[in-house]
Design a protein around this ligand. Structure first.
Ligand SMILES: Nc1ncnc2c1ncn2[C@@H]1O[C@H](COP(=O)(O)OP(=O)(O)OP(=O)(O)O)[C@@H](O)[C@H]1O
Ligand SMILES: [Mg+2]
Length: 293
């Protein structure tokens, strides 16, 4: 296992929302040139953890280190300035704008100065093409509207953008959730590209196959607690699927269902007995009435 210093690390982080314990004593880290998958069921606390890492929330307890120093980000902008970029599933891209405009949105390159300062469109178009090519994406026309691109391509642009603007840590919250098999494959390829370029990637997914394809380490959250961090050598694909799918819980549910079925069967038997008794009583009654008449 690599002994590189983590880029980012949390020690015993907890987060409370009123009385809801979203995270409880979670220690987590990501190193340069590593893909660390964050896994767990709905409501496990994955988004809460990355919101702390990206400066949206502050932890209630615990310490957050970035490049070895304790940090407390008061906004996502502050985290981004330190090199922590987050790509959400519903991307902050504008569909009607061309690729090159989206790429530089909010960080436009300019030429000239003072009142003559203006957006350097030629530089932007050229850079977008080059940067996307480095990620293996060949766009013919940087003027193409983002809205006409596939979901996978849009994710890729957002990743390339983060890499270009110097991100050290790239956080991806379910980037493959809404994609088909082929498009998901495209995004997974860029996740690996970002890693080979030295970034620490935090990858949230519900899909164990996507996680296993690109992950170096895996942390599994369950109801706000961590079930542990495992390297690929320590966790087989089957074990990971079992931990993620909540197989134990499914088993408990199937026991419950069997129990209900057994109870229903017993009730059916009782009802059948009652029916028989009733039929017998009616027969007897009829016989009695016959005798009286
Ligand atoms: N702003 C908030 N206020 C109150 N409770 C919150 C808030 N954000 C999250 N929670 C609660 O914290 C818990 C963890 O939520 P979180 O969104 O982190 O889960 P998740 O693992 O990302 O789930 P999913 O897979 O569904 O996205 C949930 O019980 C959720 O309701
Ligand atoms: Mg979430």
């Amino acid at each position: 296992m690599s002994q590189t210093q983590p880029l980012l690390e949390t020690q015993s982080i907890s987060k409370l929302f009123g009385s809801v314990i979203a995270l409880n004593d979670v220690s987590f880290s990501v190193r340069p040139a590593e893909v660390h998958c964050l896994l767990g069921d709905n409501g496990a606390g994955k988004s809460t953890l990355i919101k702390i890492l990206s400066g949206v929330h502050q932890p209630t307890e615990g310490t957050y280190f970035f490049e070895g120093e304790p940090v407390s980000f008061s906004s996502p902008r502050e985290a981004l300035e330190r090199g922590i970029a987050t790509v959400y599933q519903d991307l902050a891209l504008i569909p009607l704008m061309p690729i090159w405009r989206n790429f530089f949105l909010g960080l436009e390159p300019t030429k000239g100065w003072g009142p003559f300062k203006r957006f350097d469109a030629d530089f932007a178009k050229k850079t977008v093409r080059e940067e996307l090519l480095k990620m293996g994406i060949d766009i013919r026309d940087p003027g193409q509207a983002v809205g006409t691109m596939s979901g996978g391509e849009r994710q890729s642009i957002a990743i390339a953008r983060a890499v270009y603007f110097g991100a050290k840590v790239l956080i991806l919250d379910e980037p493959t959730a809404a994609l088909g098999v082929k498009q998901a494959g495209v995004v997974l390829k860029y996740v690996v590209q970002a890693k080979t370029r030295g970034l620490g990637v935090i990858f949230i997914t519900h899909n164990p196959h996507h996680a296993y394809a690109v992950g170096d380490r895996f942390t599994i959250l369950k109801r706000g607690r961590t079930l542990g961090t495992f390297t690929k050598d320590e966790l087989s694909r089957e074990e990971m699927i079992r931990l993620m799918s909540g197989a134990d819980e499914l088993e408990a549910i199937s026991h419950e269902l069997e129990e209900i079925a057994r109870r229903e069967e017993a009730q059916d038997q009782q009802l059948a007995q009652l029916d028989q008794q009733l039929a017998k009583t009616l027969e007897e009654l009829e016989e009695d009435t016959g005798r009286v008449q």
